[in-house]
Design a protein around this ligand. Structure first.
Ligand code: AMP
Length: 327
């Protein structure tokens, strides 16, 4: 039998290269490997933990579904759904809250980072984010969760909760394992010591950036003193990050790329990289635009996936309620 695999992305703006190399590209490869029962969802409830514009939310959700499909996720091969269309996620999160030590949540580095970044809106949802994430994963008996480095700690908490729950109430949930992507942490183009993130748009390459924008951002990317195109994250974090992108998009090993650009200037390397990125995402951009032109179709695809997800998730909730003595 195939193992279950699940992952989600928040619809909170345009997808960037970190999301692509750290998550989406990998989702497509995992789907196409045929080895897993894949579940991919739009984490819209998670996205409410940040300030948001209600008038934009629906478009962001449709945009993400279009990005999933344009990148190669296929509703015939993977279960694609929207988190808020499956109420069991919220239901299980409320139940799990009662088994989650406050101290453990206080230690979550993502909470600390986000609380620092959004001082005016340190809400409880941000604090309990890892509990909802645990619910997302264990509702579907996911054995594998492809995630970037920023989610490892949350997944560890999920594992702890599963062990605790199972030992108290009998085996109900499966302990999930992270599936580490090759690119776990893509760095900002303007500050290679910081993670690439949409909040820093100059340091961030969005998948639907136009070719001129891509060329401009890569040209302006911080490099290091020296001239060599060499992978050395300690001494040359800027160039190493650009090499990571080159390797991530081509699938070629870094030493091979270093060799190709031996003796060439940073400018030459950057030009080649900008061209590569533009070319790589051209079909994605075209396909996404076509999909976005038919929003009703995207909604239909989501609804169909969510319907099936509800069936699976409600079965799990039923078992939990029985074990708890709930009616
Ligand atoms: P999020 O926008 O937080 O829902 O992130 C979606 C996925 O992208 C998660 O699996 C993250 O781990 C991954 N991700 C986000 N930023 C980066 C980055 N800079 N490098 C690698 N992966 C990332």
């Amino acid at each position: 039998m195939k193992s279950n695999l699940l992952s989600g992305i928040q619809p909170s703006g345009r997808l960037h290269l970190g999301n692509y190399l750290g998550a989406l590209k990998n989702f497509v490869e995992l789907q196409n490997s045929g080895q897993y029962n894949c579940h991919f969802f739009v984490a819209d409830l998670h996205s409410l933990t940040e300030d948001f514009e209600p008038a934009q939310k629906k478009q962001q959700i449709l945009d993400l579904i279009a990005s999933f499909l344009a990148a190669g996720l296929d509703p015939k091969k993977s279960l694609i759904f929207v988190q808020s269309q499956v109420p069991a996620h919220s239901q299980l999160a409320v139940i799990l809250n009662n088994f989650t030590p406050f101290g453990e949540l206080s230690r979550m580095t993502q909470f600390k980072d986000k609380a620092e970044a959004q001082k005016e809106n340190i809400n409880v949802g941000l604090f309990t984010y890892p509990v909802l994430m645990a619910a997302d994963v264990i509702l579907y008996d996911a054995q594998f969760v492809p995630v970037g480095e920023d989610q490892f700690q949350h997944l560890e908490l999920t594992r702890t909760l599963v062990r605790k729950f199972n030992s108290k109430f009998g085996a109900i949930f499966i302990e999930p394992q992270p599936l580490q992507t090759k690119v776990t942490r893509l760095m900002s183009l303007t500050d290679p010591e910081k993670k690439m993130s949409k909040s820093d748009s100059a340091g961030c390459l969005f998948l639907d950036d136009e070719s001129e924008t891509i060329a401009g951002k890569i040209e302006a990317a911080v490099t290091d003193s020296g001239k060599e195109i060499k992978f050395d994250p300690e001494l040359k974090p800027g160039i190493s990050n650009l090499l990571t992108i080159y390797s991530g998009l081509t699938g070629r090993e870094i030493p091979e790329i270093e060799k190709e650009f031996e003796g060439k200037s940073y400018v030459r390397f950057k030009k080649a990289l900008a061209k590569l990125i533009t070319k790589h995402f051209a079909p994605f951009r075209r396909k996404k635009a076509r999909l976005l032109a038919k929003p009703e179709k995207l909604e239909k695809i989501a609804l169909r996936g969510s319907k099936l997800a509800n069936k699976i998730a409600n079965e799990k909730i039923k078992v939990v309620k029985e074990r708890f003595g709930l009616l």
